[in-house]
Design a protein around this ligand. Structure first.
Ligand SMILES: Nc1ncnc2c1ncn2[C@@H]1O[C@H](COP(=O)(O)OP(=O)(O)OP(=O)(O)O)[C@@H](O)[C@H]1O
Ligand SMILES: [Mg+2]
Length: 266
């Protein structure tokens, strides 16, 4: 009789485990569906009307018929629409990184010189660019451009007036590195360890006031990690430096999906 009871218990346990697994599968499928929906809504339902606002403002601006006062208003509409569009892209990136199992990369033969030059050209500020050695590898150039652009943008924003941002790219053979240096007020030592976390911003500044979400460095780091590289920061004696190191790209890591941050409450 004891054997029969034990067999019965085992069968019940197995059944329970099966239904738990099914429940988990259903939950995962639901999260996946929600993710698709969220990305779809952001991509389509927010981007399209925003694009229309931008386009209409652009048409008004180039019409040449605006009074000076209205011209200023139109310029304001345009820059706000651009800022909003940038924030939407960042939120999409965050969603992909957190819920989608890392950044989807499309690595191909790339010369990091070209990437650096494009990033430097993108900004109107004067940037000192030093490039040395063979900087070829297999990387996702658009993503690297985005990462570098986030770091260089910060460096310009936080520079002391009249100082110059430097971008130095080089190699030790196996790896390539890019260092971005600026002079300005330093990142406090107790803040430095957290600056790559999402929604982390310098003290006292709110995203609603500045149009910054505090996602630039988080996204930059995720992109570098997905390439199997590292991104580090140091900030001392009025000088802040970010160093990106990349293997030449024989392997591409896809970091495991991690839960959504509380602040997004997905
Ligand atoms: N070169 C720098 N010098 C001084 N502080 C910096 C520098 N780069 C980043 N920081 C600090 O790190 C914080 C996080 O940077 P991050 O790029 O992630 O966010 P953000 O620039 O505030 O917003 P976003 O990039 O999303 O528009 C910044 O708010 C700023 O306080
Ligand atoms: Mg930034």
């Amino acid at each position: 009789v004891g054997v029969a009871v034990r067999a019965q218990e085992l069968a019940e346990e197995a059944e329970e485990a099966r239904s738990r697994a099914q429940e988990r599968e259903r939950e995962l499928a639901e999260v996946a569906k929600f993710r698709e929906m969220f990305i779809g809504i952001v991509m389509h339902d927010l981007r399209n009307p925003l694009g229309a606002i931008g386009m209409a403002a652009e048409v008004l601006r180039s019409s040449g018929e605006l009074e000076e006062k209205n011209e200023r208003l139109v310029a304001r509409i345009l820059s706000s629409a651009e800022r909003m569009s940038r924030m939407i892209s960042q939120l999409l990136d965050l969603t992909r990184a957190r819920l989608g199992g890392g950044f989807p990369l499309e690595p191909k033969a790339t010369d990091l010189r070209d990437v650096c030059r494009r990033v430097v050209d993108e900004f109107s500020a004067h940037i000192e660019l030093e490039i040395e050695g063979d900087l070829t590898g297999r990387w996702d150039q658009d993503r690297l451009e985005e990462a570098l652009s986030n770091i260089v943008g910060n460096a310009i924003e936080h520079s002391t007036k009249g100082s110059t941002v430097s971008v130095r790219a080089g190699t030790d053979g196996a790896q390539v590195s890019v260092e971005i240096i600026n002079r300005g007020s330093v990142i406090p030592a107790d803040v430095l360890p957290f600056i790559f976390e999402p929604f982390r911003r310098g003290e006292g500044r709110r995203s609603s006031q500045s149009g910054h979400l505090g996602l630039g460095l988080y996204i930059a780091k995720q992109i570098v990690l997905a390439h199997g590289g590292t991104l580090d920061a140091s900030s001392l004696d009025g000088k802040t430096s970010f160093v990106m190191r990349l293997p030449r790209g024989h392997r591409v890591c896809r970091p495991a999906a991690s839960p959504a941050p509380d602040s997004l409450a997905l």
